[in-house]
Design a protein around this ligand. Structure first.
Ligand code: 13P
Length: 251
């Protein structure tokens, strides 16, 4: 029997402008603020965070960022630091495959960001995931083990960490992993946590991400090591996102 409360995270990626983002946040709030027994987090683009923080103030919906720079401040044009996010967001998505792929983010950098976010009191939602060629060659377990270990190098704030297993081949494709595949990899992630810090292996939340919607989410949430979902496309539709939240609250 799982004792961990489900977490549903909406990663808006590079979608919504300030005005439409505020509207979406208001709709999500209307539809899901009163749903209990589930943690709800939305991660809009940086430019909307301040306005959406005002919308969510005093509500049950938490705010997350989609990335952060590990440095406190300085000559890093275009970047946003943990100090800037401190007090504004409670969570930050780190190491998303789109950042690893398009911006060459390494697991070393991801671990620095996780440590820095943690010091600023921001919970990392640390993403790992293999691509289709790795999966096809039967090396997914090995790949995820190495990627997660490297992304957690030097990290120690175990009571404040969320891991998201997001296979790249399932992101935005409409082809979600099977619940069996997702469970297998979530268990691998939990084993790694257990080897690094046995005391916390049962409390760290592990999410599945990749083409999650209200039709398939329950299959994932029923798995013993999956404690929620990291949702992309379906989080941009308030009705669909709150349906997901409702399903997660009853598991
Ligand atoms: P989709 O839900 O659109 O497949 O995106 C998943 C994702 O990348 C969330 O971070």
């Amino acid at each position: 029997m799982k004792h961990r409360k489900n977490i549903i995270v909406g990663n808006w990626k590079m979608n919504t402008e300030v005005k439409s983002g505020i509207n979406l946040a208001k709709q999500i709030l209307d539809l899901s603020d009163n749903i209990t027994n589930v943690e709800k987090i939305i991660c809009p683009p940086f430019v909307s965070l301040t306005s959406i923080a005002k919308v969510l103030k005093g509500s049950s919906i938490q705010l997350g960022a989609q990335n952060v720079n590990a440095n406190e401040n300085g000559a890093f044009t275009g970047e946003v630091s943990t100090a800037m996010l401190h007090g504004l967001v409670s969570h930050v998505v780190l190491g998303h495959s789109e950042r690893r792929m398009f911006y060459d983010e390494s697991s070393d950098q991801v671990s620095e960001k996780a440590i820095s976010a943690s010091k600023a009191g921001i919970t990392p939602i640390l993403c790992v995931g293999e691509d289709f060629s790795v999966r096809k060659s039967g090396k997914a377990v090995n790949f995820i083990t190495k990627q997660l270990e490297a992304s957690l190098q030097g990290f120690s704030n175990w009571q404040s960490l969320i891991i998201a297993y997001e296979p790249i081949w399932a992101i935005g494709t409409g082809e979600a992993a099977t619940s069996g595949q997702a469970q297998e990899m979530a268990a691998v992630c939990r084993d790694i946590i257990c080897s690094l810090t046995p005391d916390f292996s049962n409390s760290v939340h592990i999410l599945y991400g990749g083409s999650v919607n209200s039709t398939n989410v329950t299959n994932f949430l029923e798995q013993p090591d999956i404690d929620g979902a990291l949702v992309g496309g379906a989080s941009l539709n308030a009705q669909e996102f709150s349906n997901l939240i409702r399903l997660a609250s009853s598991k």
